[in-house]
Design a protein around this ligand. Structure first.
Ligand code: MN3
Length: 200
């Protein structure tokens, strides 16, 4: 059973004007698809691995043959990160968080504005390609962690709550080199309802 590309959970233009349809389409249909294809290609001679879930593969990379481990790590991470990213956004979302996640943010960062500033700073500080994540730590605290390239929280057994893709392919068409503008726009599509469900 091959890994398949999950359909985008909304229309290409659903996140306009904050996240443009052209970028969403190429990001999902080309970049995300490429990770799916490359992962399936890497696993094509390993049916014992190919039937496993992404999470199972990513938490048992020591069981992946050394010859394909880097390719599997990068591409399985790429699929997982993008699945999580698309499902962290939605049309008509944004605004301030409510409920459990709002309480967690206030407790960990002091206020939503302070959290936004810190998260932006972390996303801007990611050198090259990668991701900024809001993580629910084992002790219940919320923390911000960066993951380079296609490393992902599931590999470390971390509970992810929210992520922004800061690879240039995620924003270059609309924002060019201005990663800060992409981050500012992205807050308008963050799906806090989903983040709350991820809090458990
Ligand atoms: Mn991407």
């Amino acid at each position: 059973m091959a890994i398949t590309l999950a359909p985008l959970p909304y229309a290409y233009d659903a996140l306009e004007p904050h996240y443009d349809a052209a970028t969403v389409k190429i990001h999902h249909d080309k970049h995300h698809q490429a990770y799916v294809d490359n992962l399936n290609n890497a696993l094509k001679d390993h049916p014992d691995l190919a039937w496993r879930s992404l999470e199972d593969i990513l938490t048992h990379l020591d069981e992946v043959p050394a010859a394909i481990r880097t390719k599997v790590t990068n591409n399985a991470g790429g699929v997982w990160n993008h699945d999580f990213f698309w499902n962290s956004m939605g049309p008509g979302k944004g605004g301030a968080p409510k409920g459990k996640v709002a309480q967690g943010i206030d407790a960990a960062f002091g206020s939503f504005d302070a959290f936004k500033a810190k998260f932006k700073e972390s996303a801007l500080a990611q050198f090259g390609s990668g991701w900024a994540y809001l993580i629910l730590a084992d002790d219940g605290d919320l923390t911000i962690e960066n993951y380079a390239n296609q490393d992902c929280p599931v590999r470390k057994g971390r509970t992810a709550l929210l992520t922004i893709d800061v690879w240039e392919h995620a924003y270059y068409l609309k924002f060019q080199n201005k990663r800060a503008d992409w981050i500012d726009a992205w807050w308008n599509v963050v799906d806090w309802d989903t983040v709350n469900k991820r809090m458990g």
